[in-house]
Design a protein around this ligand. Structure first.
Ligand code: C5P
Length: 300
């Protein structure tokens, strides 16, 4: 095979509960991931060495050096296989960069699946999951897709059944936020409040809303412990959240570490109307309508 193309989705966290800071610098989480229909495409072509190039709206913001997660993924896979392999990776980006929608993790997951196929390794998803966890806390979910509960750093996953489709609008902000800085701001706000940080608990009523496909109930239960930190770093996001709520969103929250904001809609038309309203805001670079859950990376 001389070329493999894989389509890989973005995510939103419908529950993101953040426990106390651990000694290793991470936080224990209860992280309910939900894959949505905003996709990057990762192409892997036969080559002598591992290289990456990026095309698409957000291309200029993606690092092409060793910081690129897709390159790291391909190298880690070659190392795992114990051989020197090459691949020319070409990423077509539609997922906002540094936006809280796991775009970098999606590219890493796409590179793992594409190179596994290109190099004829035939590794099972369990092996890819192990490599993924070393690349980043969200990469294992990006391999899995669907809807899943993550614990630990977010890398220990169990599937969460869903009853039907949910419709979303995503407001993409100008510029990005560093995940590490948002977690650090969360710690700072907690320290200055002096309140004890509870151990994160999975919301059973949120799981029930997902299981029964009850968008209204899900909207009322959306929650993100990083939201206060993201708003502290980017106060303009509260205008975006308010505008979506006023436009009838069933629920509104910052996606992951932000700055993308996510709005749950009643149906696909409502999601598009929300996206049209949000696009017109000065606080938004653009807005997208999408649905979830969608499956993880698939060769196309
Ligand atoms: O795992 P990943 O490289 O994506 O994490 C980026 C940063 O986000 C970490 O360096 C850490 O500061 C923060 N993080 C955290 N707790 C988690 C996941 C990420 O503090 N569970």
């Amino acid at each position: 095979m001389s070329s493999v193309t894989v389509r890989v989705p973005a995510k939103v966290n419908v529950q993101l509960s953040v426990g106390p800071l651990r000694e290793d610098g991470y936080h224990d989480l209860v992280n309910v991931f939900h894959a949505v229909s905003v996709f990057d495409e990762v192409v892997a072509k036969e080559s002598d060495s591992i290289t990456v190039s990026v095309a698409g709206e957000w291309a200029d913001q993606v690092p092409l050096d060793d910081g690129n997660l897709a390159i790291q993924a391909a190298r880690a896979l070659a190392k795992h296989a114990g051989r020197t392999y090459g691949a020319e990776l070409i990423i077509h980006k539609s997922i906002p960069v540094a936006g809280g929608m796991a775009g970098g993790s999606a590219d890493a997951a796409g590179a793992l699946v594409a190179c596994n196929e290109l190099w004829g390794l035939g590794l099972p998803v369990e092996d890819l999951m192990e490599i993924a966890a070393d690349l980043g806390s969200d990469v294992p979910f990006s391999l899995l897709g669907g809807t899943a509960v993550g614990t630990g750093r977010g890398e220990r996953l169990s599937d969460a059944p869903t009853g039907g489709e949910f419709h979303w609008a995503f407001a993409v902000a100008h510029g990005g936020l560093s995940t590490a800085k948002v977690y650090a701001e969360c710690d700072r706000l907690r320290e200055s409040s002096g309140a004890e940080v509870p151990w994160p608990q999975l919301s059973e009523s949120l799981l029930a809303a997902l299981r029964t496909g009850d968008a209204e109930a899900l909207g009322a239960r959306l929650g993100n412990d990083l939201q206060a930190a993201a708003l502290s770093l980017r106060p303009d996001l509260s205008q975006t959240l308010d505008a979506g709520r006023e436009a009838g969103a069933l629920g509104a929250l910052v996606s992951g570490s932000g700055p993308t904001c996510a709005f749950l809609a009643t149906d696909a038309d409502h999601a598009q109307r929300l996206a049209d309203t949000l696009t017109a805001l000065p606080t938004c670079r653009t807005a997208l309508a999408a649905h979830g859950p969608v499956p993880g990376p698939r060769p196309v």
